[in-house]
Design a protein around this ligand. Structure first.
Ligand SMILES: [Zn+2]
Length: 668
């Protein structure tokens, strides 16, 4: 799906063997045998448009031919992925909000292609005057590059691509190497830069005076070069998120003493930056199952919260392995709570993992006193359900950003309603799985992280609060726009959804609802198994939507094309109806014929509940296969031991039926 959105003209940068080798568009694949569609229908086949196989992009076909992808949803035997390691030294001046940094990037070319350069993202240029964007943002001037070098040789800005030059098109930069980088070789880049941190209200980051800084999208970052679509040159337009390579980070952050810093990774030098008291409490928290208050209100300041040093500047050093990004936060007024979570084995030694769970928040954020407990529950739930959590710590940090995820750290604001705080913390922590450990492309396929995450978030929230239906509000939001011109299909670039409601429904609510609805076809346990298998196969890799669909098809043991296509690629809606009910006496009971009609475009099982005069109920599931390939009428016959009083479709509200009036007999 590359090429939607505004694409920077950087293709000339790259020596590609694939660029001219894309095959012609293949014929639509033949869906696998649908053995369960033989059930007889009571009416002849009727028109049903919009039911077709999931399209296979030519670039994916090509990847299958090359052996990097498969049709079963597993990575191919020849799957490869680039690796990018960063060593960054940065300094933040809270007085001026100026951040300056220097980075040394090690770029490992694991691809079979020789590369003449790399593409980088300069996300801060979103805040440049005149930068294209889909939502309003503050203007700061963007990012200034002070120095760029490749393999020790300086590179200069130039409009014409040539060795050791770079070109910047707002947030996308093309950098040409001094010499082509063959497969298996490594390039070393050095970049120095500075920018002014935008104020609070900027997307995903910002600062509140000198008091608090949320720092993200802050360093020149190498774009993904993958086996399906080569360079990701998608510009940062504010709404659409990220697609990132994995690597190791070694980051040193220099700030005035008295600031507490939380970040991706593990703090390497606690004795150099933390006061003795704070360090002792942090150590205690690492082996405590109760919450330890590491920094208390009376500790604020240099000498009490942090060390006090000549010159007044402290350097905090963090390291992180196998992450796709690095973000951090700093405040002079952060309280710091921490505890230990005991999680399923992640490193294969058969022992559980002890993970440090930490919350940083200002004293006035009163609901945050429970944040560590909330975070620990969500982290534990997701680690037990989807994939082990492979990182050594998890930080939740309070600040102006409403909710944003980065590896090992999330930014969440001071929601006053405890349930809302739990829900947002849980949502952002869910992102540690999708897309932090399962590295999909967020801007091209927002549903693949936001939608999957909505589903897992709801399950964790239902586990924490018990007896709630977290899908109910999302169902209502979706139904408000379902099938109207406010709705767009899920398979769309995040920057091209139009109104925010369209984006919210298509990226979050509808895919979340769809995954629950899939449970009515294959069973909720199989949906969870599918997610586990998908996470296992694509752990620290780059799955495309087809890898997701194909993995589920394999887990379900059937090609669910008739489910994926109408839900993901169209805005068709669901409308099942009871057209009539006929009863005939049969022994002491009745033979009940329920005439069903499928008036919508989503073929789904019919979940029937019959209420009988003797107080009993009878649940019958009519499989979706009765509607396939193109039938709209079906009669279900049920023998019951007493007279039927009421028949209802989907009384539990599992499916987003646009007209529930016609779901009940007798009509209300
Ligand atoms: Zn999210």
């Amino acid at each position: 799906m590359r090429g939607s959105g505004r694409v920077a003209p950087l293709a000339s940068l790259v020596v590609l063997t694939v660029a001219c080798a894309r095959g012609p568009s293949p014929a639509a694949p033949t869906p696998s045998a649908r053995a369960d569609t033989a059930r007889p229908a009571t009416a002849p086949a009727e028109a049903r448009y919009g039911l077709r196989p999931v399209p296979v992009p030519p670039a994916f076909e090509q990847a299958v031919r090359k052996g990097t992808r498969t049709r079963t949803g597993e990575p191919g035997a020849r799957y490869w992925q680039q690796r990018v390691n960063y060593a960054i030294d940065a300094e933040l001046d809270p007085k001026t909000a100026r951040l300056s940094g220097e980075e040394r990037i090690t770029y490992v070319n694991n691809s079979p292609d020789t590369l003449s350069g790399v593409v980088l993202h300069l996300y801060q240029n979103l805040f440049k005057a005149g930068a294209p964007r889909v939502e309003p943002t503050p203007v700061t001037g963007g990012m200034t590059l002070e120095r760029v070098s490749v393999n020790g040789k300086p590179a200069r800005e130039s409009a014409r691509p040539a060795p050791l030059t770079y070109r910047i098109d707002t947030t996308v930069m093309g950098l040409s190497f001094d010499r082509p980088l063959p497969p298996g070789d490594t390039a070393r880049l050095e970049i120095a830069w500075h920018f002014t941190v935008p104020p609070a209200g900027a997307p995903r980051m910002g600062h509140v005076g000198r008091e608090l800084f949320e720092i993200a999208q802050w360093y020149p970052q190498v774009a993904v070069y993958d086996d399906v679509n080569d360079w990701d040159t998608h510009p940062y337009l504010s709404r659409g998120e990220f697609y990132l390579e994995y690597g190791d980070f070694d980051v040193s952050l220099t700030l005035p003493e008295g600031y507490i810093v939380g970040a991706t990774g593990t703090l390497q030098n606690p004795d150099e930056v933390l006061s003795d008291n704070v360090r002792r409490r942090l150590l205690a928290a690492a082996s405590a199952d109760t919450v330890v208050h590491v920094v208390r209100q009376g500790d604020f300041g240099a000498g009490t919260a942090t060390q006090q040093v000549p010159g007044g500047q402290l350097t905090w050093r963090f390291r992180a392995r196998n992450v796709r990004d690095f973000a951090w936060t700093a405040s002079s007024r952060y309280l710091w709570d921490a505890t230990r979570a005991t999680l399923p084995d992640a490193d294969g030694d058969g022992q559980p993992e002890h993970v440090l769970v930490q919350a940083f928040y200002r004293p006035e954020a009163r609901t945050w006193r429970e944040a560590v407990r909330y975070a620990k529950h969500a982290l534990t739930f997701h680690a037990e359900h989807w994939h082990p959590y492979v990182y050594p710590q998890m930080t939740v940090a309070e600040g102006p950003e409403g909710g944003m995820e980065y590896p090992m750290i999330v930014f969440v604001s001071a929601y006053t309603d405890p349930k809302e705080l739990y829900t947002v913390l849980n949502h952002e922590i869910g992102h540690e799985w999708f897309p932090m450990m399962v590295g999909s492309n967020e801007h091209d396929f927002a549903w693949q992280d936001e939608g999957v995450n909505t589903y897992i978030e709801n399950l964790a929230t239902q586990d924490f609060f018990k007896d709630t239906d977290e899908f109910e509000d999302e169902m209502a939001e979706y139904l408000q726009v379902a099938g109207t011109d406010q709705e767009v299909e899920m398979m769309r670039d995040a920057d091209l959804y139009g109104p925010y409601i369209s984006y919210g429904v298509a990226s979050y609510f509808k895919p979340g609802i769809a995954l629950r609805a899939l449970g009515t076809i294959i069973g909720p346990e199989q949906v969870q198994r599918g997610l586990r298998e998908y996470a296992k196969r694509w752990f620290l890799k780059h799955p495309t939507p087809l890898d997701f669909f194909n993995t589920f098809n394999q887990v379900a043991g059937q090609d669910l094309w008739w489910f994926w296509y109408p839900w993901w690629y169209t805005t068709q809606t669901l409308d099942q109806a009871i057209a009539g009910v006929e009863t005939t006496p049969e022994g002491a009971g009745q033979r009940v014929e329920v005439r069903l009609e499928d008036r919508g475009g989503l073929p789904m099982p019919v979940l029937l509940r019959l209420r009988l005069a003797n107080g009993q109920t009878r649940d019958v599931k009519v499989p979706a296969s009765v509607w396939l390939p193109a039938t709209r009428h079906y009669t279900e016959t049920v023998s019951v031991p007493a007279a039927v009083q009421k028949v209802e479709i989907d009384p539990m509200g599992l499916l987003p039926d646009v007209d529930r009036e016609n779901n009940v007999w007798p009509r209300r």
